[in-house]
Design a protein around this ligand. Structure first.
Ligand SMILES: O=C(O)CCC(=O)C(=O)O
Length: 254
């Protein structure tokens, strides 16, 4: 696995399905976000998703088991304080997204991601290879997520891995399990996964990635929680399908 630094260009994004923007957010804003998150973790301020709710490999057995109350995501990050709102709708971010998505009107979805991932040592689970679009319902599978590191992200604390260019693949249904994760027992999937690239980030760096890009992450085996704020954007003309989970809350024009 390599750790690749990307050029900030729409062509590179189109080719690879992701890019890394170093130092997208300044240190004081990162610190403010961290403080907001740490306050919301103890005592836990909902809405939140727990590791047991997700039930991925490595998650505690149940709510009564040791680590059973470990949060995995603080939901509704956009509504968790002005620092998140400011950053998620910042003109510089909007302009980067307009350029990468080659669209004039960009909106933030309040229905997808819109969370702070809180990967805790000891009780965090790993996430198998998947595309985020699997559970999202829009006119077109063209959304971009911005994953902002609020601290260092490395293999040992469960940094994301991505498969460059995989957003352009059209795989048969048989390549996926019932939860739409890639089936690791298939040789053709193993060959694909062998191209994975680890995305190491520092606090304030962001990974921008296409909703069809295959990605995965390991457990956090370090001594400290890994915190990452994640927001998802779509073009103004790409509407959520009425009545679906993607249409539950209105998007926010940025
Ligand atoms: O941090 C992780 O385990 C991966 C999270 C992820 O890929 C997702 O929520 O789509």
């Amino acid at each position: 696995m390599s750790n690749v630094m990307h050029e900030l260009s729409p062509d590179a994004f189109e080719r690879d399905g992701y890019l890394v923007v170093r130092g997208l957010v300044d240190r004081p804003s990162v610190d403010e976000m961290r403080e907001t998150v740490l306050r919301a973790l103890d005592p836990l301020e909902g809405p939140a998703e727990l590791e047991v709710d997700v039930g991925y490999p490595g998650a505690p057995e149940g709510r009564d088991a040791v680590g059973g109350s470990t949060p995995r995501r603080l939901l509704h990050a956009y509504s968790r304080g002005p620092v998140f709102r400011r950053w998620a709708t910042a003109p510089e971010l909007a302009s980067t997204l307009r350029s990468l998505m080659r669209e004039d009107r960009i909106e933030l979805s309040q229905c997808h991601h819109n969370c702070v991932m809180t990967k805790h040592p000891g009780f965090s689970s790993s996430t198998a290879w998947h595309q985020d679009i699997r559970y999202w319902s829009f006119d077109a599978p063209e959304l971009v997520s911005v994953w902002l590191a609020l601290g260092p992200e490395r293999e040992e604390n469960g940094a994301l891995q991505v498969i460059p260019g995989s957003h352009r693949l059209d795989l048969d249904r048989g390549r996926f399990d019932r939860h739409l994760f890639l089936r690791p027992e298939l040789a053709e999937n193993r060959r694909l996964i062998a191209n994975a690239s680890l995305v190491e980030l520092e606090a304030g760096d962001a990974l921008l990635f296409h909703c069809r890009l295959f990605h995965a992450a390991g457990k956090n085996v370090s001594g400290e929680a890994k915190l990452s704020a994640v927001f998802t954007y779509h073009a103004g003309g790409n509407r959520p399908i009425p009545g679906t989970r993607s249409d539950r809350y209105p998007s926010v024009a940025i």
